[in-house]
Design a protein around this ligand. Structure first.
Ligand code: FES
Length: 150
């Protein structure tokens, strides 16, 4: 693994992000309330460039015990990134999907030293594995003209 600079802290908006590419590996570095997190730019759904999606505060519903929705507001403590391919939302502080906690972005070590942000680049690009979501192993490609429907 190689540690590289992602730039000065003051070059990041808060909330904000930067996506860098090192040796073919893309990493999204996020800042939220002064804390930095970093993730590989591969969506666990179907491999989209998740870190480049729209960033928004989490939407919070105020719901009674009888399931009556009283109001909707934006969270002041959670900020999400929305994958540009199919719209899955992930918390930029944890990398977790907003409702399915087992579905998460792959973390990359990040640290700040003397006002500069450093990330540790993995040795190799991780392949998208849909099994993160389904809990199943990815099936081998089907032969042309065959179907797995029964
Ligand atoms: S690839 Fe990200 S939501 Fe589908």
């Amino acid at each position: 693994m190689t540690e590289v600079s992602a730039g000065r802290v003051d070059a990041f908006a808060d909330p904000g992000r930067k996506v860098i590419e090192v040796g073919g590996i893309e990493i999204g570095i996020f800042q939220f309330k002064g804390a930095f997190t970093a993730f590989e730019n591969i969506c666990p759904h179907l491999g989209g460039p998740v870190c480049q999606g729209l960033m928004l505060p989490r939407t919070v519903d105020d719901v009674t015990q009888d399931n009556v929705n009283l109001a909707r507001s934006f969270s002041k403590t959670h900020h999400n990134v929305i994958c540009p391919w199919h719209g899955m939302e992930f918390d930029i502080s944890t990398g977790e999907h907003v409702t399915t906690k087992t579905l998460r972005l792959r973390k990359v070590p990040v640290r700040v030293e003397d006002g500069e942000v450093f990330v540790t680049v993995p040795d190799r690009k991780h392949q998208h594995v849909h099994a993160w979501f389904t809990g199943e192993r990815q099936r081998p490609p089907r032969e042309r003209g065959t179907s797995d429907r029964t």
